[in-house]
Ligand binder design. Structure first.
Ligand SMILES: [Zn+2]
Length: 184
């Protein structure tokens, strides 16, 4: 809530593809008419070109980086500048020490003055539904910073991601490779 009227919500999360699919299914259960959008490049002002029922299809079309769920659902044709939930994909990567799991996130931001009061309330309510769906398919990630051994709160992890992390003792990271965690 940095600026007056700025509304935002973000949860950092580790998900495998199957976990992403679970999240998409949970969203589809709450919002049967929801459509995911791809985004090509970083032009935030550009209306996305492609609509998908499945989150994985939208992710793939957008180069595997992120997919967007515009709110409210259903939208109105031609609506511009509406908020969208971003699913930024987490990623299995390599460095000199070996394989690690880089975090992704689910996030939304909008400016209350940009929306009518009714629309703001609707987006707020649907945002809460999206996060309820996210919580239903993930669990809190119990991880400790490798630097100081302190537990880091607020991050979540999908069931298949958790199984992989536990089976391999896979290190986890935020977006900078320097900050690494281990499963607690
Ligand atoms: Zn596309």
């Amino acid at each position: 809530m940095g600026f007056p009227g700025s509304r935002s919500k973000e949860t950092r999360v580790w998900l495998l593809r199957s976990d992403e699919a679970r999240f998409g299914e949970a969203i589809a259960t709450v919002f049967p008419t929801a459509t995911w959008r791809c985004r090509h490049g970083n032009r935030l002002d550009r209306e996305p070109d492609h609509m998908f029922e499945g989150v994985l299809d939208a992710l793939e079309c957008g180069g595997g980086v992120h997919a967007f769920l515009p709110l409210p659902v259903p939208g109105e044709p031609g609506m511009r500048g509406i908020p969208a939930v971003q699913l930024l994909r987490s990623d299995l990567r390599h460095n000199e020490q070996g394989r690690y799991f880089r975090i992704g996130r689910v996030a939304i931001r909008w400016f209350e003055p940009d929306l009518s009061p009714v629309m703001h309330q609707l987006v707020t309510r649907q945002t809460n539904e999206v996060w309820r769906a996210l919580r239903s398919v993930t669990s809190p990630a119990h991880v400790v910073r490798m630097l100081d051994g302190k537990e880091v709160a607020g991050r979540r992890i999908g069931p298949d991601a958790l199984r992989l992390v536990q089976a391999e003792g896979l290190p986890l990271s935020d977006w900078t490779d320097a900050v690494m965690y281990r499963p607690a």
